[in-house]
Design a protein around this ligand. Structure first.
Ligand code: ADP
Ligand code: ASP
Ligand code: MG
Length: 449
């Protein structure tokens, strides 16, 4: 059996819902995971953030989410004069219920003058609760009997709100229940991205988390393949929205896809490959607007190339440089610095060291203030928030030296701040001022691909 995951753009409007249903119709007993409709998660976040300052602005955003969903349903049901009204009623009630909950949560934020990570997760999960339930009603109207599965009953996580970690043992216990759903005469449809912790409180797996949900379900059900359906024909040599002549890559290893996702390629959540690779289940990335194109297959197989497989970037990073006060040995200094980063859950993107100092690049947006304060006890700390990272993945190991030389030559007019290169992994990370990121990747892409 196959897992099919449809992202935000696939869930964007009544036309894409029809398109997605036509795709689902080609499969025998799949399990479906869906994201929130396009823009909804962002709008929910923005409503939650606004609620303290201006409840009325936050409520306006809630209203716009409500109207967007009502519009999708009314447009979809228009094509079904016989049973459309009934579907519209059921969907209307569900939308009203979810929006009522959202508005109450916004009032609570305003009263408490605080948006906790726990409340934020409860609010963000509403996007997937809306899309998955409504899609089931419309799917059944289209002629594919579907069964709504509440992710709260299936995905158990820890309580690390905003980036919760799934409990795979709990999921294993759920396998028979999931198998039964797959073999029933209704196609199971579940919202991705959210789950519940042991106290039955809503958690989320981090942005783009529906990909991760799909992979977790795929591994639990020993699926034949996990198909991630999106708006581009696979993983490209670089973000096709930035590089016009980027090309789809036919095959990537799990490791290469993970590196690309971790270093900024939005097309996959960085943890997606973990459950799939443990069970050796291939992931296929495909385009709902060109369903017959092959897309990208991600598997254990490593295919050597002549040059570089793909490149990605992060436009907004901070470089923290800590210079040791020389009261401890070098190895102790480094251990202390990394202990602090671990303690604050700060993901490191690139590192360079000298005898007495270490420079660390971290994506902006991570909360670093407390970590900086602690780092100051080990030496002087300098911050530079004007940086970005360019990452090249799958560099051919045989030609690594030449490749690095060439790339530095292409960037001869760019003030490069840090370089980290791993020959065994074929990865090259280059930290440059943020205004140089896009011109630099355009230049490198043009030269290499
Ligand atoms: P979905 O809503 O289906 O989850 P996303 O917007 O999360 O879709 O991911 C698809 C988008 O990822 C593409 O439209 C593209 O702009 C972006 N993207 C970034 N890097 C890449 C890449 N290397 N290959 C393909 N798409 C990429
Ligand atoms: N809706 C969530 C997001 O926008 C999760 C997802 O789409 O994968 O990040
Ligand atoms: Mg996505």
């Amino acid at each position: 059996m196959k897992i099919l995951k449809f992202g935000g753009t696939s869930m964007g409007d009544a036309n894409t819902w029809q398109r997605v249903l036509n795709i689902i119709d080609r499969y025998q007993a799949p399990f479906i995971v869906v994201s929130a409709t396009a823009r909804t998660t962002r709008e929910l976040l923005s409503a939650a953030n606004k609620a303290i300052e201006s409840l009325s602005e936050a409520q306006t955003k809630a209203k716009s989410i409500q109207q967007r969903h009502q519009k999708i349903i009314s447009k979809f049901t228009d094509d079904y004069p016989k049973k459309g009204d009934q579907c519209q009623n059921i969907c209307g009630q569900w939308i009203d219920e979810q929006i009522r909950e959202l508005k109450q949560a916004l009032i609570n934020i305003q009263e408490a003058k605080e948006l906790t990570p726990k409340t934020k997760d409860a609010i963000l999960s509403i996007g997937e609760q809306l899309s998955s339930y409504l899609f089931v009603q419309c799917g059944s109207l289209f002629g594919i009997p579907m069964q709504w599965v509440d992710a709260a009953d299936i995905i158990r996580t820890d309580s690390d709100f905003g980036q919760a970690n799934p409990d795979t043992d709990y999921l294993k216990q759920k396998a028979p229940e999931l198998q039964e759903l797959v073999h029933s005469n209704r196609i199971p449809v579940m919202g991705g991205f959210y789950g519940h912790d042991a106290n039955n409180t809503t958690t989320t797996l981090g942005f783009e988390g529906s990909d991760y949900t799909a992979s977790l379900i795929g591994a639990t059900l020993n699926a034949e393949v996990i198909e991630i359906w999106t708006d581009v024909s696979g993983i490209y040599t670089c973000d096709p929205r930035v590089i016009d002549d980027a090309k789809p890559i036919s095959h990537l290893s799990f490791q290469e896809a993970t590196e690309l996702a971790y270093f900024g390629a939005k097309v996959l959540h960085p943890s997606t490959t973990k459950p799939a690779s443990q069970k050796q289940i291939p992931i296929s990335v495909k385009n709902i607007f060109a369903p017959n194109e092959p897309g990208t297959c991600i598997s254990h197989e490593i295919q050597e190339t002549e040059g570089v497989k793909a490149m990605t970037f992060k436009k907004d990073c901070v470089v923290i440089t800590v210079t040791s006060s020389n009261t401890v040995m070098g190895y102790e200094f480094l251990a202390n610095v990394f202990d602090i980063l671990r303690w604050h859950h700060l993901p490191v993107d690139a590192v360079t060291t000298t005898e007495a100092s270490v420079s660390i690049a971290i994506e902006n947006g991570n909360r670093i203030d407390d970590a900086i304060e602690q780092l100051q006890s080990y030496g002087s700390v300098e911050l530079d928030s004007s940086q970005g990272i360019i990452s090249l993945v799958g560099c051919a190991t045989k030609k690594a030296q030449l490749l690095v030389n060439d790339i530095l030559l292409y960037l001869k007019d760019t003030p490069v701040n840090m370089i980290s290169f791993s020959q065994p992994k074929g990865n090259l990370n280059i930290v440059v001022p943020k205004e140089y990121v896009i011109p630099s990747i355009k230049e490198i892409h043009q030269q290499l691909f």
